[in-house]
Design a protein around this ligand. Structure first.
Ligand code: SF4
Length: 447
């Protein structure tokens, strides 16, 4: 076997303006033996233009499953071996197996070298159990050259760990890893950052950067001397201790993404996230983060039993009032494998159980009927809240207040991120998950 293609399908059609480089393929490229040539196709940033290949490895999310299956079927018709991995095949391995020669359940890197050896020897297994790819004593070796020549969001991706110790009922991370958590040694992470060629903003791809106080402080201590600006996803329980925020700011933290999810305590209990208030009232936590010069990117979900359409308006008003830099307002999405999906299915609330392959499903559509509003109101409320938050007046007033806390450069970044978010919201809404033209049959000769 001489050629492997890494494939990242797009969601719907069009080019997103905020596509981040696919980290998984830098990891797999780093583990691919030198005698195998690799090629990347990332449909989000380039047209699908297949090249000669013996095997294609497709990373699949639930939202890209439909397009991934179309492409996989096309490759198999050309006699190319198809391997699928990622969140969606891990949750629905039987479904993915109908379109693939092998499915990896869990992280692929732990099994990638063995899988390639099996493919070369003609003994590929239908399923590989990847488990948690990060392991003690196995350094993460990335080869970022796999992304060369492609235009991604100008942000450096780094991973310090994986998994989360919480168990929110809607969370696909929890469905994927359970409560298994793994962290890289802080000095290994710092060495990777120090070796990056650019000095741009870093984004930690960790599902939750805060594990324990001690591990977090060790990471902050390793990051501080690098004098880099970074952002991360983090749980709000870190706000229990103001000194942690001070350490984050000292280590270069510019922005935190926090899943606030809901302003209703009953909803928080239902989603098993009622621990979220241990750091204090949301408003207070945001104000403290701002005092440390850290921007807040807040996310909210709607459709739990207490939510009426007014919940959208309250969350948008709260996000504007507290001066969040960015915010997301999303109808609850029941991902396969989650407790939420199982509960809604058992209650007969799902409108389309396999919504990800349903040709009638459009991005942003309600997937279930909530208790206290119609499916239509669930869909429309999200656009109304986004419209309020990303209105020009709201952006300017949040930026003006932000200048006091964050300074000029972060505020300029915040303005740019708001304009990009506004454009992406309009671009994605109501698009089919695969509106691509069928794969061009004239490509056949090139495979
Ligand atoms: S805290 Fe976040 S990452 Fe952790 S289980 Fe809940 S939603 Fe998932």
């Amino acid at each position: 076997m001489r050629h492997v293609t890494f494939l990242r399908p797009n969601l719907g059609f069009g080019t997103p303006h905020d596509a981040m480089a696919p980290l998984v393929f830098a990891i797999l490229k780093g583990l691919t033996p030198n005698h195998i040539e690799t090629h990347l196709i990332d449909e989000r940033v380039e047209p699908f233009a297949p090249v000669r290949t013996d095997l294609v490895a497709i990373t699949v999310e639930t939202f890209t499953a439909r397009r991934a299956y179309e492409l996989a079927d096309w490759y198999r018709a050309q006699g190319v071996t198809v391997v699928m991995g990622g969140h969606h095949p891990s949750m629905c391995p039987g479904e993915a197996a109908a379109h693939a020669d092998a499915v990896v359940v869990g992280d692929a890197e732990g099994v990638w070298p063995a899988l390639l050896e099996d493919a070369e020897a003609g003994r590929l297994k239908p399923r590989y159990a990847g488990g948690m790819g990060l392991a003690e004593g196995r350094p993460l070796t990335l080869d970022r050259s796999v992304w060369a020549g492609r235009k991604y969001a100008p942000i450096e991706l780094v991973q310090a760990g994986r998994g989360c110790r919480f168990a929110c009922d809607f969370c696909s991370i929890h469905a994927f890893y359970g409560t298994t958590r793994a962290m890289r040694p802080p000095d290994e992470v710092a060495a990777e950052i120090a070796a990056l060629p650019g000095r741009g903003m870093i984004f930690f791809t960790d599902d939750n950067l805060y594990w324990t106080r001690d591990t977090f402080l060790a990471l902050m201590a390793a990051l501080a001397p690098l004098e880099r600006r970074w952002s991360c996803q983090i749980t709000i329980d870190m706000a229990r201790d103001d000194s942690l925020m001070a350490e984050m700011a000292r280590a270069g933290c510019a922005l935190v993404l926090i899943g606030f999810e809901s302003l209703d305590p009953g909803n928080m209990r239902q989603m098993r996230k009622n621990w979220s208030h241990v750091g204090g009232a949301y408003e207070d936590v945001i104000a403290r983060l701002h005092r440390h010069g850290i921007m807040v990117y807040g996310t909210f979900v709607f459709g739990y039993d207490a939510d009426t359409p007014a919940a959208y308006d309250a969350a948008a008003a709260f996000s504007i009032r507290t001066g969040m830099a960015i915010a997301n307002f999303n109808p609850l999405t029941p991902m396969p494998g989650t407790g939420l999906y199982d509960r809604l299915a058992a209650n007969g609330q799902l409108l389309s159980p396999n919504w990800w392959t349903d040709p009638g499903y459009r991005y942003g559509d309600a997937i279930f009927t909530p208790r206290a509003m119609s499916a239509q109101a669930l869909r429309d409320g999200a656009m109304r809240a986004r419209g309020r938050f990303y209105a020009t007046g709201s952006i300017l007033s949040r930026a003006t207040r932000g200048l006091r806390h964050w300074g000029a450069r972060p505020t300029a970044l915040m303005l740019l991120a708001n304009l990009l978010s506004r454009r992406e919201i309009a671009r994605k809404q109501s698009r089919a998950l695969s509106s691509h033209a069928p794969v061009d049959s004239t490509r056949e000769a090139r495979i």
